[in-house]
Design a protein around this ligand. Sequence first.
Ligand code: SF4
Length: 373
Amino acid sequence: MSAQRETIVEELHARAVSLGFTAFGIAPANARPDLPQRLQSALQSGWHADMEWMEETRDRRQSPKALWPDVQSVIMVGVNYGPDENPLDRLTNTSLANVSVYAQMRDYHDFIKGRLKDLAGLLARRTGAEVKVFVDTAPVMEKPLAEAAGLGWQGKHTVLLSRDAGSWLFLGAIFTSADLPASTPEQEKCGTCTKCLDICPTNAFPAPFRLDARKCLAYYSVEHKGQIPIQFRKPMGNRVFGCDDCLAVCPWNKFASATRDAKLSARQAIRNAQLSDMLALNDARFRDFFAQTPVKRLGSARFLRNCLVAAGNSGDRHHLPAIERLFSHESPLVRGMAIWALRQLTDPGEAEARRAKSLATESDPEVRAEWSH
Ligand code: SF4
């Protein structure tokens, strides 16, 4: 029986590789008894900011068996999405609308799920076991499970880190009622390095292996629905969706290679998107430009909000006409950030001269308050 289980795992691994997965491992469903306590501690600290779904899904998230009592084993797989350039080099190009590496390409949820279903189907046919597939859309603590399955370790930046793919690994999980032989867990290999903690522009790591989303630029630019708090606008620089700093600085990336997965190649139009062009996008053109990418889920108003932060940080007065056009945008997020951007690019006298014009019809108190920051 044991030999048969090994054979099935070998078959699954080979199939995973042929499907394009670059990492594969198996963890027992009860491999991480520390998860409930870790989750409790993180939620108590409020590090999830206003991502209330984390609180709401706490009971199911805290262990695989809480999500599905019949699960015996968890197959974890990863796909290398490594870039062919250093994302840190993009931060100084102020004319760029800087989109995070993972969002320059097609949304990985879409196509990885198909590959996972293929792999899970093979397991079901070979064993008769039940299977369920998950890609970051269900309350599964994928990173600790990937660590237990030997794919890598959670670095001090909290992201899964692999010896082969550095910080650039998309994860997927297959839960199964089959009892499969477990892989050897990976050990943490950060050592004394603190590069990811040190580079964070907003000090979002209260301690190694702990991320406070309330200070994280990726959170504010991607998840946050309200206005960007004033103290995070300057540190955002030219980032209009996500932040790669802690991932990109990791020394383990030197062992990584650029992805060879055709579905994960960056769309050049997005990678090279100019801020001036992005500020001119209306809703229809936004949805067309970012079709099938994670950016589309942000919506055009929040995307313009972020672009206005980047415009305000650019030092480039050529953006002023576009900024002024956005004074009349339907979203108060956009109108408010347009005021902030204008004030970064003009001296107080010039800003004041434009003040009456833009505020004449403005009734939203939060937008009006942008003049007093
Ligand atoms: Fe670990 Fe250093 Fe990489 Fe951070 S930058 S994840 S501390 S190895």
